[in-house]
Design a protein around this ligand. Structure first.
Ligand code: PMP
Ligand code: GLN
Length: 381
């Protein structure tokens, strides 16, 4: 059978996690915390799992009480209260939302503008709809979008522009001025926007997250995604949501109902219980900034050169001084096998590979894990 994605192998995150397991390496490759969700959330889930009547299908768009809590959270943080009935859909992680958006709006031949490096599922999700990814590069060390290059890449065929801030893999963060620049480019076009904001609560050094939800002009054409997996250290729960104006939400739900119908009921009840507790997410910027700072401090005496990380879970490092000329896939493999620390080669986020000698570290780990990883790196030098 001819493959629909012949050039796609197994996701880099699975590959590196398996390699880490085979070699007993500390996994700083795949982005997931090695600590548990808040106790309140686990207890809430236990309660709802034990509640008769909470074990059957949730409503297709998500539990109303969860959508109401999401609306209140969005209003508190971004000054805009999306309508729970018509503008909020609970999804099986941001992953399903991304896929459903693509399936809902991308037609064969439509162009979808991606900023590269890009999270690995974006391009395959576009291509499975017959869409054509158009790539605009983000350049190291800051990986900031060059809006002139974005303007040059837009065409009457551009159905969708995809942005991701805080950014995976680089940790770059968009500013309100960036959103204004993008709004200027999209004004008077039919182009839609998909804003992947799964790391919305992890922005460092006193900056605030510039959400598309807070931008009245952009949000009129936007799908905005978040993930409870990131916010509550529960990546295995696979619950997220998509905010979009009513007409776009209607299209999204046409697809969502046939991909998965609805999301796990007790999980949604548990999230609805804790979401009003703002203390559970207000502390996240400081919590993650400390982890970023610790990793940077630990890596400083090694031969890695650290690029900026303004938000998210990740720190990008240049290893050219440690292994001149070696490509990043070979280096990541060597580091896993010989030093016992797994990382992700940045070329995994590029459609045609990438020549810079860069790897990504995940710092969503306990301090002892980061320290143990640094100790191994020192011993391997
Ligand atoms: N977008 C980005 C940028 C991510 O890093 C991730 C998860 N690692 C996702 C989407 C998927 O989120 P979820 O786990 O909620 O499906
Ligand atoms: N998004 C996570 C990362 O970037 C991994 C998600 C996955 O394993 N699919 O590492």
């Amino acid at each position: 059978l001819p493959s629909k994605l012949p050039d796609v192998g197994t996701s880099i995150f699975s590959v590196m996690t398996q390699l880490a397991q085979e070699h007993g390496a500390i996994n700083l490759a795949q982005g997931f915390p090695d600590y548990d969700p808040p106790r309140e959330l686990l207890e809430a889930l236990a309660r709802h799992v034990l509640t008769p009547g909470h074990q059957q299908y949730a409503p297709m768009p998500g539990l109303l009480r969860l959508r109401e809590a999401i609306s209140q959270k969005t209003a508190r943080l971004y000054g805009y209260a999306p309508n729970p009935d018509t503008e909020i859909t609970v999804t099986s992680g941001a992953t399903e939302a991304l896929y459903a958006v693509m399936a809902a709006v991308v037609r064969p031949g439509d162009e979808v503008l991606l900023l590269e490096p890009a999270y690995d599922l974006y391009a395959p999700a576009v291509r499975l709809q017959g869409g054509v990814p158009v790539y605009v590069p983000l350049m190291p060390p800051g990986f900031r979008p060059d809006w002139d290059r974005v303007a040059a890449a837009l065409s009457p065929r551009t159905r969708l522009v995809l942005i991701n801030s805080p950014h995976n893999p680089t940790g770059a963060v968009l500013s309100a001025a960036d959103l204004d620049a993008l709004a200027g480019l999209l004004r008077n076009t039919d182009t839609l926007l998909l804003s992947d904001e799964v790391y919305e609560h992890m922005v460092f050094d006193g900056a605030t997250h510039a959400s598309v939800s807070a931008h009245p002009e952009l949000r009129e054409r936007a799908f905005v995604l978040s993930s409870f997996g990131k916010t509550y250290h529960a990546t295995g729960w696979k619950v997220g949501y998509c905010l979009a104006p009513p007409a776009l939400t209607a299209e999204l739900r046409r697809v969502h109902q046939f991909i998965t119908f609805s999301v796990s009921t007790p999980t949604q009840h548990a999230l609805a219980d804790v979401l009003p507790d703002t203390a559970l997410y207000d502390g996240l910027p400081a919590f993650y900034q400390q982890k970023r700072d610790l990793l940077r401090e630990l890596l400083a005496p090694t031969g890695f050169e650290l690029l900026p990380s303004q938000g998210g879970y990740f720190q990008v490092a240049d290893f050219s001084a440690l292994a001149p000329g070696l490509d990043d896939v070979a280096f990541a493999r060597r580091l896993t096998e010989q030093a016992g620390v797994a990382v992700v080669p940045l070329s995994a986020f590029y459609h045609n590979g990438h020549d810079d000698q860069l790897v990504r570290f995940c710092f969503a780990k306990q301090p002892t894990t980061l320290q143990a990883a640094a100790e191994r790196l020192r011993q391997a030098e």
